[in-house]
Design a protein around this ligand. Structure first.
Ligand code: SF4
Length: 121
């Protein structure tokens, strides 16, 4: 199980390698390596593992939870600077700080589904 970036940096797709090897025998090794990297979620065989949930910290203003629509209170020290302020629009959607989608996607893990689901000891 790995992130998309790890898969792209470390996995060689056996299908792409097989095709490229026939085309690049005897030269262009660097090009062949670049073109045979796993494409992760850009490939139909990629499978995600685990829920895709954004991190979220509900806002408090010192006296308790903020009402929906409140302005951003002081950011707690454990909320990363990159997290987005969401003022909320209704009670079921409380104000708080949300992890950006790109950060969530970067930490999600997956695997090449063509070789079966990996066993995790
Ligand atoms: S997910 Fe599997 S088949 Fe798709 S590019 Fe990566 S290694 Fe190749």
């Amino acid at each position: 199980m790995m992130t998309e970036a790890e898969a792209n940096e470390t996995l060689m797709c056996p299908f792409a390698f097989s095709a490229m090897a026939r085309l690049t025998l005897g030269g262009a090794k660097d090009l062949a390596l670049a073109l045979t990297r796993c494409q992760a979620s850009a490939c139909a065989a990629w499978r995600w593992h685990g829920p895709a949930e954004r991190g979220f910290v509900i806002a408090t203003d010192g006296a308790g939870y903020c009402d929906p629509g409140c302005s951003e209170p002081e950011r707690p020290s454990d909320v990363p600077p990159s997290w987005e302020w969401m003022s909320g629009r209704k009670w079921e959607d409380p104000p708080g700080w949300a992890e950006p989608s790109a950060e969530m996607k970067a930490r999600l893990r997956g695997y090449c589904g063509l070789a079966g689901k990996p066993e995790v000891p």
